[in-house]
Write a protein that binds this ligand. Sequence first.
Ligand SMILES: [Fe+2]
Length: 296
Amino acid sequence: MSLRSLIDNPDEVLASWPREPRRYRRDPASFEHLLTLADVDQLIDSGCVATRNVSLLKDSKILERYTYADGDMPRRGALREHLDSGGTISLRALETLVPSIAQLYRDLQNETGYGVHVNAYLTPAGAQGLKYHYDPYVTLILQLAGSKAWPVHDPFVTNPVREYGSYHTNGFTDEQLQFLANTPPKATYTLKPGDVFWLPRGYVHSPYTVGDEPSLHLTVAFKERTYHWLAQQLAEEVLAQALVDPSMREEVQPVAVTADPSDAIQQMRVYLIGALIKLDAEEAATRVMEAARRPV
Ligand SMILES: [Fe+2]
C-alpha cells in the first residue's frame, strides 16, 4: 500500500512536503488488510508481543514497570489489565510484527526515501494517552476504528529534529505551558474510520477518544531527510574517498593534537573545501539516493 493510495495529489506532496495539517478521506474497508481491532486484541492476549514492541501509556506517561516486569516479554495479562484500567497501548515497530504492515513500511520508505516507522495506538473510550506534545517528524494518522479528536496548535519550534528542538528533550517552557493552558487550539480534527490525517512535525497536539468506542489508529512517522542529513552524506563520501590518499593517513603529531592543533586544522579546512568542490556530482547523487532508501 503506497502513499499514493493514502493521500490526494501524491506527486505534489512528494515534490513539496506539506507544512500544514491536512485531512484525507478514504474507504475504511481499504485499511482492513492492515490491522483491525480483532487483530490487536489477538496480539494483546496472545502473549507473543515482546516488550520492544509495546508501550503502555496513561496520563501522558509511559509506564515501563508493567512492560518490563517479565524480562523480554510483558508480564502475562499486563497489557489487558492496562487497557481495562483506561490506559493506552502503543504497539511499536509494527513492520516487524505484521506482514501487511511490513509491506506498507517498505512501500512508503521506497517511495519517500525518508525513514519510516509504524505504530498502532489503542485507547479506550473516554481516555487519553499523551497530552500536549509535538513530534520531530511528520505523522500520518490512519484512523482504523472508533473516533479520536486532535486539537492542534501551531509549532513553537521551526523544523524540530530529534537532535535539536525536540519536545522529548526540551519539554515546554513556562511561557509555552501558559499559552497552552489559556489558548483554544487553532483547530481540532475529529477523525473517523477511513480518515487519514497529515500532521507536520512541530505541531502541538493532544489527542483523545470521542464517543463510546475504543479508538484504534496507525501512526506512520516519516523522519524527514534534512539538508543537515544531506551535508552529512557528502561529508561521509569525502572522508571515505580521503582514505585512499596516503597523506591523509599520515599521523598528526602528538604535540599538535594536545597543544596546538591550529596549523593542522587550517590544513584540513583547505583540504575539505577542495575535496567538497571536487566531489563527483554523479557519484554523490548515487550515494545519496542509496542512503535515502536504506532502512533506518
Ligand atoms: Fe504525537
